[in-house]
Design a protein around this ligand. Structure first.
Ligand code: NOJ
Length: 543
């Protein structure tokens, strides 16, 4: 029997925006518990919860103040325990988000470090360094925060004198932990045990490439080699994952680590997936690829080539809570994605984007390996690009001085009903509006409307996931490319299964004897027989 995670469909729950159980306008664990039947019926194997821990929410929960408790906005620890049990009853595994690169500035370790004063042991758990310049007025090195601006913030000591600087690769409210410190390592090993004992099936590791820094924290310099940056992918990080893997393997069940690994080279990426490290990692090369057959084929090939030698299953992901939703991306003139330049506001033809997103869903689900679905992908939700400044909450908006409008547009609360409080996101007795406003025209995208529609996005996802389980997940993790007209992608899996993607703007003929299993758009008839219309995918049985 193959391991479940080699071919799993994993659904990402951005807790704040999934379902609001208590009516305060923010999604919570009660909301998720109510919707477990929906997730089971969708046909996914596992749920990944974005951070649900105690947090001041400076970065939507990726600023953790207590790794062993649940934020009151979301519920209680007892409720999380019940949720894990109930998910298991529904046949759904549970992955929690581990945020080890940094904690919140409200975490008791950081508060202690601030209070303990210069040279104290409490400061050793972080990166406190003296500034450069005559009176330490310049940051210790030239590193930039991923959210914009310097990666350093200077503190003021209790007596009012200017103190050292501390490192934060993200927002100032997210101080980086010093992974050279044995207490940091011991603490996270204990956190792993804490959640493993509560029955979770694994962890998604935030910024998995970033924990270890190059000793001495040297400057990046003016013309850096992107494969050799001092703040990421330092070799010591692999020791951390080897020790974590031993802990995980000591628990019964088939539990896993999934890494958030953003690195420029496939060789660097694959090292995280060696047999004694992480089980899998998100395939961001695929997410960033344009909707062009040659680019897609290249990324499929390079993915398979990188994963093969380390024996890890590839994964396929189209969107997450940090990216522009792919319905919107695929409707733009440039369909690629660049985290550093999201081009929010670029015009998008959403009819075209939806069509391609449906085709892309069938492509990802036909490929060997695992697939990630970000909540709302199954509803075909677009990016919301016109949120007013006043409602934006993502720190990237403020840190970039508004140049980057941030990631709020892919985090809009889900529409469950065509009417009611926040389109069914909140209960009818809700006391507050949703934490981000939903567009006025989202009623037809709601779960209830789409459930009733055989041609909806949701029906396509449900049907595809069921077929994938029945036909594909037990197959060898290989594919064979089939020669087809330029601008189409065609591959065979074992058992006579064929996937044909037409990314051109004209129809392509179908093999005459094939049986159609599922198509992302209605097939058309021509004088030569059945054809697959533009920007569509079909699954065929060639037996
Ligand atoms: C990656 C997470 O996906 C993102 O949402 C977060 O802002 C950063 N890591 C920092 O934790």
């Amino acid at each position: 029997m193959t391991h479940w995670w080699r071919h799993a469909a994993i659904y990402q729950i951005y807790v704040r925006s999934f379902a609001d159980g208590d009516g305060d306008g923010t999604g919570d664990l009660a909301g998720v518990r109510n919707r477990l039947p929906y997730l089971r019926e969708l046909g996914v194997d596992a749920l990944w919860f974005t951070p649900w821990y105690t947090s001041p929410m400076a970065d939507g929960g990726y600023d953790v103040a207590d790794y062993r408790d649940i934020d009151p906005l979301f519920g209680t620890l007892a409720e999380a325990e019940r949720l894990v049990e109930e998910a298991h009853t529904h046949g759904l595994r549970v992955l929690v988000d581990l945020v080890p690169n940094h904690c919140s500035d409200q975490h008791h370790w950081f508060q202690e470090a601030l209070a303990a004063g210069p040279g104290s042991a409490a400061r050793e758990r972080f990166w406190f360094l003296p500034g450069r310049g005559e009176s330490g007025e310049l940051p210790p090195n030239d590193w930039h925060s991923y959210f914009g601006g310097s990666a350093w913030t200077r503190i003021t000591e209790a007596d009012g004198t200017p103190g050292p600087w501390y490192l934060h690769m993200f927002a100032p409210q997210q101080p980086d932990l010093n992974w050279e410190h044995p207490e940091v390592r011991a603490e996270f090993e204990d956190i792993l045990h804490f959640w493993l004992r509560r029955g979770v099936d694994g962890f998604r590791i935030d910024v998995a490439h970033g924990l270890a820094k190059k000793p001495g924290l040297p400057d990046v310099g003016p013309d850096p080699d992107p494969t050799d940056l001092p703040y990421q992918d330092h070799d010591d990080v692999h020791d951390i994952y080897r020790s974590w893997r031993k802990i995980l393997d000591g628990y019964p069940g088939d539990r896993i680590f999934v890494g958030e690994v953003w690195l420029p080279s496939a060789e660097q990426f694959a090292r995280y997936l060696r047999p004694d490290e992480l089980h899998s990692a998100f395939n961001f090369d695929f997410l960033c690829s344009s909707w062009e057959p040659a680019a897609l084929r290249d990324v499929v090939d390079s993915t398979l080539a990188a994963h093969g030698p380390v024996g890890a299953p590839p994964t396929w992901v189209l969107s997450n809570h940090d990216t522009i939703r792919h319905v919107t991306r695929y409707g733009r003139a440039d369909t690629s994605f660049d985290m550093g330049d999201k081009r929010l506001g670029d015009p998008s033809d959403l009819t075209l984007g939806r069509r391609r997103a449906r085709a892309a869903a069938l492509l990802t689900m036909a490929l060997p390996g695992g697939v990630y679905i970000y909540q709302g992908d199954e509803l075909g939700l677009p990016e919301v690009q016109d949120l007013p400044d006043a409602v934006l909450q993502d720190p990237t908006f403020l840190r970039s001085g508004g140049a980057d409008r941030g990631r709020d547009g892919c985090r809009i609360p889900l529409p469950w009903q065509p009417g009611g409080a926040a389109l069914g996101f909140s209960p009818d007795a809700a006391t507050a509006a949703p934490w981000l406003p939903q567009p006025a025209d989202w009623a037809p995208l709601s779960v209830a409307e789409q459930t009733a529609d055989p041609d909806s996005f949701l029906t396509l996802y449900r049907t595809a996931l069921a077929l994938r389980s029945a036909r594909l997940t037990a197959l060898p993790e290989t594919l064979t490319w089939v020669d087809t007209p330029p601008d189409t992608l065609c591959f065979d899996r074992a058992g006579g299964f064929r996937c044909l993607v037409n990314a051109t703007d004209t129809p392509v003929p179908l093999p005459p004897d094939a049986t159609v299993l599922l198509s992302s758009a209605p097939l058309e008839e021509s004088a030569e027989g059945r054809v697959l219309p533009a920007d569509s995918t079909v699954w065929l049985d060639m037996n």
